[in-house]
Design a protein around this ligand. Structure first.
Ligand code: FES
Length: 107
């Protein structure tokens, strides 16, 4: 079954993607030309340029941050309480209809 993911740009433009393939939120965005995610390290959790925000609902539904992700996010001045790194989140069926908020800039 396909999982639907909504990516919302800082300016409000919404992109709807569906995938049935095992992938990360970062890879899904990059492979489909979604703007706002740089992913300079290619998903190694060492650049922090795949920063996204989630609602509290979706943040609570996902696996908790790893120590490494926490470390990378702690260097981001735009971090919020519901920030994540998109490369660290695998798209799963239970995430169907997730809304991913893209920041204005990546640092
Ligand atoms: S792509 Fe570099 S930390 Fe996610």
């Amino acid at each position: 079954m396909a999982t639907t993911v909504y990516f919302v740009e800082h300016g409000g433009t919404r992109h709807v993607l569906e995938t049935a393939t095992k992938t990360s939120l970062m890879r899904l965005a990059k492979d489909n030309g979604i703007p706002g995610i740089d992913a300079d390290c290619g998903g190694e959790c060492s650049c922090g340029t795949c920063h996204i925000n989630l609602s509290q609902y979706w943040f609570d539904k996902l696996e908790p941050l790893s120590e490494r992700e926490e470390e990378m996010l702690s260097m981001n001045p735009e971090r919020t309480a519901t920030s994540r790194l998109a490369c660290q989140i695998s798209v799963e069926e239970r995430m169907d209809q997730i809304i991913v908020l893209l920041p204005e800039y990546q640092f």
